[in-house]
Design a protein around this ligand. Structure first.
Ligand code: ITT
Length: 202
């Protein structure tokens, strides 16, 4: 019988230590031990965050054969027809926050949404969960914390950017916190439900 009270270890396939810092307190609260594992995330080009996240998780599992989680996220800006969306990583490296602000100059409707898709492989379970955070693009960069587009994103319900918040505050709103929480809660329920079944039996 599986002891669901002891923390279950899950590798978090990411090279982004900020993401790891955001995921840790959520995993902790739900009784899972998440360990950062850089160097195994295959980034395919696709219009779909789901496909990027699932493909990366399956590829990493081929090599590591251990319970693992991949999270892929993007910023979708309404006035730019959802740009940069799944291309956020590349666009951040090339244009950065300042480039996005330039593209947005003169635009008054500044709605945007952060989306996140988590794929969690914990044999025999494969869980895919999403999280969204609606908000607006600020007029200028504000704040020093966080990463990526945090200095220009103001979540709905607050007037600070993500970069002006602590991890705990960002986690109250963020796309990633919602997706990770959903995925780990689902896994926890499945492990509880199946705790008296030998999942390794033929
Ligand atoms: P891994 O792929 O190694 O996990 P990454 O930083 O490349 O890390 P993503 O591909 O999921 O992560 O994210 C794409 C980009 O979107 C990321 O580089 C940031 O620029 C931006 N982004 C995603 N989530 C963000 C967040 O919570 N705050 C600010 N920017 C974010």
């Amino acid at each position: 019988m599986k002891d669901t009270a002891s923390p279950d270890e899950i590798l978090f396939i990411t090279g982004n230590k900020h993401k790891y810092g955001e995921v840790l307190p959520i995993a902790d609260e739900l009784g899972f031990k998440v360990i950062m594992k850089p160097g195994y995330k295959l980034e395919i080009q696709s219009n779909s965050l789901e496909e990027i996240s699932l493909t990366a998780a399956l590829e990493a599992y081929k090599y590591l054969k251990k319970p693992l989680m991949v999270e892929d996220a993007g910023l979708f800006i309404n006035a730019l027809n959802d740009f940069p969306g799944p291309y956020s990583s590349y666009v951040f490296k090339t244009l950065g926050c300042s480039g996005i602000l330039k593209l947005m100059s003169g635009i008054t409707i500044r709605n945007a949404i952060f989306r996140s898709v988590v794929t969690l492989i914990y044999p025999p379970f494969l869980i895919i969960e999403q999280g969204e955070c609606p908000g607006t693009i600020a007029g200028e960069k504000r704040g020093e914390k966080g990463f990526g587009f945090d200095p220009i994103f103001i979540p709905e319900g607050d007037n600070r950017t993500f970069a002006e918040m602590s991890i705990e505050e960002k986690n109250l709103y963020s796309h990633r916190a919602k997706a990770v929480r959903n995925a780990l809660q689902k896994l926890k329920k499945l492990l509880e439900k199946t705790s008296d079944i030998n999942l390794n039996a033929p």
